[in-house]
Design a protein around this ligand. Structure first.
Ligand code: ZN
Ligand code: ZN
Length: 644
């Protein structure tokens, strides 16, 4: 029998017959203590997994982050068994592990209710306490089809029929119940110790709106109650911060069916925040040597043919429209316009690099099912820029982009990033040599900044390598925002050139980059990061003035004018209401400062500031107040003063 080599953590090496199950390998090495599965060449597998090639095998223990996938997948099976026990007509479809949990989709005549979830959870607890061992059974295609069609599980039959002909079909059994499944699973239902069903949703079979609507149940599972509790608290906190909820409460933006799905209306208060962001953006781009451009929202379809978008990007584009015997296309990207500006004159090697930026609004078709508030939309404004440079300038330009990106993200309160460097995929355009040079240039830039990053080998776009940056918010969630992409394709397609010092034509390098990614998305992330309580410099309303009674209105107006003069975003609340009521309202609206004015303040020509979430401050002159908040108003200084 053919032997394969197994490498163990710590450098141990041994051999086993090809096809040995991971469970046997672990057992024969005496490493079973607390082990629930393994990682084979980095992939999580269960004890039944058969190793067919030289591999690295790392045992995975109960209680570890890595092993969570095993109990979550098993929890999905336990849930499906519970559902079928309580609702015997419910048919099973698929039940994968997802980030932070699992779900299972059932075909059932009605949606499940919160009361149903309670019953299902109770039944799941029974199944868990029975500690039923899971076993895996290999079956032939015919066996699988006849088993599931006898049970009336037509979705499973459909799945079996769609499996590639050489695929080994497996069924996981737990007592009487079983499921068609590829694994991996924990060894016993008893391993699912701490779980919770979270929510219900409708989902089309195979995501296709022409297929039956299924009933989805989401849940999660952890190794212990402490971790589960922590997660549920975080979920609660995320719900409170949901930008759709906060956006409504603070009157920041809306998305309305009558306007169109995925199309964002920025209300006055949201627009104020956006203006502050854009002002900062423009100022910093000026400093970093960018020129700012404006380009149209539509262009002749021919432009998008030259760029390749018609051939390679059409499913993401809105349909084109006809006008005077030509076809026009609403733009999905800004790039071709910048290229056309480049080509209006002959460029010399001395002109490069050119850094051109635009907050350009683009439109892309996203399926209605994936739209999500501001985070996934159909119309959005990219903080786009294109750098046209010589090949020898790539590293320096990427360094500049990284500096600017980090400055921006820190300014907006993000200190944690995940960075990925994506390299040449299987299908690509351009020379391997140029690719390697550009990839090295990106690597050099990251290394010289001392930034930690992960390699995504083969994950680059077909047109060039790229760096993606995900920001981590206050709840530790990662959001894809910034990107730097080298492009060998568009300069070629548009036949761009510059005159080198040898007097001949050369192809420039094009770098696409965005820092926020999209204004909409970044704003959504900001709202969730701060839960709507923006730092003072970003806040749509920075100060509100509240009078105690009618006698202070005249002085209140004067204070209002003085703050307005120095461009504070100020509001007045001179209504005939109790102070406590006014204070509570300002808190709900998350206004950083409330200036209270009573008779004392009028007499002494002062104000009494109250900081949102902080203490009441001593009364002070308006000038003193302005001095007090000066640094909070400065995007480059506010983080040094972190108030409260
Ligand atoms: Zn499964
Ligand atoms: Zn671009």
């Amino acid at each position: 029998m053919e032997e394969i080599q197994i490498n163990l953590p710590g450098g141990e090496e041994t051999t086993f017959p090809k096809g040995t199950a991971v469970g046997e390998i672990i057992e024969s090495l005496g490493k079973t203590g607390g082990t629930v599965g393994a990682k084979v060449n980095g992939e999580l597998v269960d004890f039944w997994y058969e190793v067919n090639e030289n591999s690295t095998v790392e045992p995975v223990k109960a209680g570890t982050e890595e092993g969570l996938g095993l109990i979550r997948h098993t929890a999905a099976h336990v849930m499906a068994e519970a559902v079928q026990e309580i609702f015997p007509e419910a048919k099973v479809t698929i039940g994968p592990v997802i980030e932070n949990g699992f779900y299972y989709d059932f075909d059932y005549s009605r949606g499940f209710t919160p009361e149903d979830l309670e019953k299902i959870e109770a039944k799941m607890k029974e199944i868990v306490s029975q500690k039923k061992p899971l076993t895996r059974k290999k079956v032939s295609r015919d066996e699988a089809i006849s088993t599931f069609s006898d049970e009336g599980e037509e979705y499973k039959v459909e799945i079996v029929n769609d499996l590639p002909s050489d695929e080994q079909i497996t069924i996981y059994e737990q007592g009487e119940w079983h499921d068609l499944c590829r694994g991996p699973h924990a060894p016993s239902t008893g391993d699912v110790k701490s779980f919770k069903l979270l929510s219900i949703a409708g989902a089309y079979w195979r995501g296709d709106e022409k297929k039956p609507m299924l009933q989805r149940i989401y849940g999660t599972a952890f190794w212990n109650n402490k971790d589960l509790k922590k997660y549920l608290e975080r979920l609660e906190e995320a719900k409170k911060r949901d930008h759709r909820k906060v956006g409504k409460e603070l009157d920041l933006f809306s998305i309305q069916d009558e306007v169109g799905a995925g199309l964002v209306l920025w209300h006055p208060k949201g627009s104020r925040v956006r203006r502050v962001i854009e002002d900062f953006w423009r100022e910093q781009h000026d400093r970093a040597g960018y020129e700012l451009l404006y380009t149209p929202h539509i262009a002749n379809l021919d432009l998008w043919k030259t760029s390749g978008h018609v051939d390679f990007y059409r499913e993401n584009m809105y349909p084109s429209m006809e006008l005077e015997n030509s076809e026009y296309q609403i733009k999905p990207m800004n790039c071709p316009f910048h290229i056309k500006i480049y080509q209006t004159r002959i460029r010399s090697y001395r002109d490069l690099p050119l850094r051109w930026a635009e907050i350009g609004t683009v439109y892309r078709y996203e399926r209605s099912g994936v739209l999500h508030g501001l985070l996934r939309v159909r119309g959005f404004s990219q903080d786009d820029a294109h750098i046209f440079c010589r090949p020898d300038q790539i590293t320096e330009e990427v360094l500049g982009v990284l500096d600017l990106t980090i400055l921006f993200l820190k300014t907006f309160g993000f200190d944690d990033f995940e960075i990925y460097l994506s390299t040449r995929p299987e299908k690509f355009v351009g020379d391997v040599e140029v690719w390697d040079k550009a990839t090295l240039a990106l690597k050099d830039a990251l290394d010289s900044k001392g930034l930690k990053y992960d390699m995504d080998e083969g994950g680059g776009a077909f047109y060039g390598p790229k760096i993606d940056l995900k920001i981590k918010d206050v709840l530790g969630r990662a959001w894809q925002c910034s990107t730097v992409q080298v492009d060998f394709n568009l300069p070629e397609r548009f036949d761009m050139s510059y005159v080198g010092d040898d007097n001949s034509r050369h192809r420039p390098i094009m770098i696409h980059r965005a820092i926020f990614g999209s204004m909409e998305r970044f704003f959504g992330v900001l709202v969730e990061h701060y839960g709507g309580a923006f730092p003072t410099w970003l806040s749509p309303v920075q100060v509100r003035i509240a009078t105690i009674g009618n006698e202070q209105v005249e002085y209140g107006e004067e204070v209002y004018r003085r703050l307005k003069e120095v461009k504070i975003r100020v509001e007045k609340d001179f209504r005939n209401e109790k102070l406590g009521f006014k204070v509570r309202e300002a808190q709900v609206e998350k206004i950083p400062y409330l200036l209270v004015i009573g008779n004392n303040e009028v007499a002494e020509q002062t104000v009494s500031p109250r900081r949102l979430g902080g203490k009441n401050m001593e009364s002070m002159k308006v000038n003193e107040f302005l001095e007090h908040i000066q640094e909070e108003l400065d995007p480059e200084k506010w983080r040094e003063v972190e108030t409260q």
